[in-house]
Design a protein around this ligand. Structure first.
Ligand code: GLY
Length: 356
């Protein structure tokens, strides 16, 4: 196997490794054979990814001795729903998956979240491996064990924590991504830069993603590994990973999920950076630098939705607890902190962050 593969340990319960590098989908059979007993693997993917990679993954698993079943659902966040989950669970049962078997989530964030949730609840929990094929799922959603579906009331409102047994991130997949999906993933990586790593943020100011995607993914995963290891269930520090997500999730909901997650998070990041600066919460002026970086990567820095509509949508967010909501405030590039604010203050904060 290629030595251009990096592995990053995630010391959660259970612990697992994220492998990052070229050719990993075609090697998934032998790689998983070292981690799992020979069992049935149910490969879950969507209608966009299936024609690209489903045969590669199924063939590699079968050659390594795994039995394989497959389930393909319609692509798109609008399908990250209870009814798609229901079909998915029925298909696992129809394939006679047992507690010794495994789900493989092949695709982007929607697939990883939904297949992971199916694995978390099917037979009260079976193993899951994550095979991310988008930049967004590689840098963020495939790692850390958050799984979910959306409800009518809001984004990711039903879910579970299930750490995967392994994450295989094949960097060859990034070559087939359309530009807007690269931008979608860049938003979560830029978020990581604002949270913790000015050098990573600068890579996006210099347009270095194209030349060093594996390095970008590894830097994001290494940071996330530390956070998740210290706070697996989001009792404290892990809330920082929600930077830009309060307004981002509200934008997604207001658009009925027509605006993709990364684009919504980018706008949410720009809004909270502007609000933090205008309200005097930042140590250094950052809003124009954040916006310039987002624009350079094909991402939005604002939204047409009103502050009132966004605040209303955000009231259903998981980050709310009683009459307070925890916001992630950028202090400077590479440093953020949590701020609990009364729900009633959300509207003026969002108003302060909207483009003038
Ligand atoms: N995507 C944020 C988290 O995993 O906590």
């Amino acid at each position: 196997m290629s030595n251009s593969i990096q592995t990053i340990p995630i010391r959660t319960t259970p612990a697992y490794e994220v492998a990052i590098g070229p050719g990993l989908l075609g090697q998934c059979g032998p790689r998983l054979k070292g981690l799992l007993p020979l069992c049935q693997v149910a490969v879950i993917t969507d209608s966009t990814v299936a024609p690209l990679y489903l045969n590669t993954v199924s063939d590699s698993l079968r050659s390594a001795g795994f039995a394989v079943s497959t389930h393909v659902f319609p692509a798109g966040e609008a399908h990250k729903s209870l009814s798609t989950l229901s079909d998915l669970l029925e298909s696992l049962a129809a394939a006679h998956l047992t507690r010794g078997d495994c789900v493989a989530a092949l695709g982007g964030g929607v697939t990883g979240d939904m297949a992971g949730f199916a694995a978390a609840v099917y037979l009260r929990g079976i193993r899951c491996v994550q095979l991310p094929t988008t930049l967004l799922s590689a840098v963020d959603s495939s790692v850390g064990g958050k799984t979910a579906i959306d409800l009518t009331a809001g984004k990711n409102l039903a879910g579970a924590f299930l750490q995967p047994a392994a994450v295989l991130c094949d960097t060859d997949c990034l070559q087939s991504l359309p530009a807007d999906m690269v931008a979608d993933g860049a938003a979560e990586a830029i978020k990581t830069g604002v949270l913790s790593d000015e050098g990573l943020f600068s890579l996006f100011e210099d347009d270095a993603l194209a030349s060093a995607p594996a390095e970008v993914i590894a830097r994001c995963v290494r940071y996330k590994a530390g956070v998740v290891e210290r706070d697996e269930r989001e009792q404290g520090e892990r809330k920082l990973l929600n930077l830009g997500h309060t307004v981002g999730h509200a934008i997604e909901k207001c658009s009925n999920y027509a605006i993709p997650h990364g684009h919504a998070v980018a706008a949410g990041l720009a809004v909270i950076a502007r609000a933090a600066e205008r309200l005097g919460w930042t140590e250094a002026p950052i809003a124009s630098r954040v916006s310039a970086c987002l624009l350079a990567n094909g991402l939005p820095t604002g939204t047409a939705y009103s502050a009132a509509a966004l605040a209303e949508a955000a009231l259903a967010d998981k980050k709310r607890s009683g009459n307070t909501i925890t916001l992630v405030i950028p202090r400077k590039i590479g440093l953020c902190s949590l701020k609990k604010v009364p729900v009633a203050e959300l509207l003026p904060i969002i108003s302060a962050g909207l483009e003038a």
